[in-house]
Design a protein around this ligand. Structure first.
Ligand code: PEP
Length: 250
């Protein structure tokens, strides 16, 4: 059965001390059955985060990773560096990586493959921009992001893939997709995976929604049949807000 997941993307926020403090607060939350909570601090705070999360149900993931095994890539971090620390999950394809750092679906396909080669789980982010929704090309855009980055993978690797549909127009803007818009797209994503692989594989993939999820809209979004939780930016930086969002899964 697919899991319900609430994942926090802390982006370029919090120092090591603040990271430890926030994880300690989250560590006390009693999670509903079949539920996971993950947080993604910046690379420099991963060790502090792993220490603080040890013996709790909070899982720590990285925000990004380079596609190469090692080499002359100043400022970059490899999969083996992450797994050596104990990080088992990596977020790839966040819209900020795509728009500010030029990450394409072709590059992301390489990153995903490298992560899987290292037995890492991938939280793969994708979603349309505002103009694409307004042009009514959002389904086409989402289908092509999935196809170009993920559909060459063998079915056996999909147990290590979590999807995060994040309409770019809703990230950090305060604009949230309505629960009907989120459900419509999540159902389309599941159907697209079913057509590329099988209906049973599609049923097992957790599909998270991301984009201005807050404690006051989480329950309605997460209550949709194809929405299996959320990827949370701003509201994951405040313990009470993030806990309120986790409560939305109950
Ligand atoms: C995100 O950055 O993935 C995100 C969803 O941000 P926010 O919740 O702040 O919109």
């Amino acid at each position: 059965m697919r899991k319900n997941i609430v994942a926090g993307n802390w982006k370029m926020n919090l120092n090591a001390e603040q990271t430890r403090a926030l994880i300690s607060e989250l560590a006390s939350v009693q999670l509903p059955e079949n539920t996971r909570v993950l947080v993604a601090p910046p690379f420099v705070n991963l060790s502090a985060a792993l220490e603080a999360a040890a013996h709790s149900s909070v899982e720590v993931m990285a925000q990004n990773m380079h596609q190469a095994e090692s080499g002359a890539y100043t400022g970059e971090v490899s999969a083996s560096m992450l797994t050596h620390l104990g990080v088992k999950t990596v977020v790839l394809g966040h819209s900020e990586r795509r728009s500010y750092f030029g990450e394409t679906d072709a590059l992301l396909a390489q990153k995903v493959q490298t992560a899987l080669n290292h037995h890492m789980e991938v939280v793969f982010c994708f979603g349309e921009e505002l103009a694409e929704r307004e042009n009514n090309t959002h389904f086409e855009v989402v289908a092509s992001q999935l196809k170009n980055a993920l559909f060459a993978l063998p079915a056996s690797t999909w147990s290590s893939i979590v999807l995060a549909y994040e309409p770019v127009w809703a990230i950090g803007t305060g604009l949230t997709a309505s629960s009907a818009q989120a459900q419509e797209m999540h159902a389309f994503i599941r159907q697209t995976i079913a057509e590329a692989y099988s209906a049973s594989l599609a049923q097992e993939v957790s599909i998270l929604y991301g984009g201005s999820v807050k404690a006051n809209n989480a329950a309605e979004l997460f209550g949709q049949p194809d929405v299996d939780g959320g990827l949370i930016g701003g509201a994951s930086l405040v313990a009470a807000d993030f806990k309120g969002i986790i409560d939305g899964l109950r």
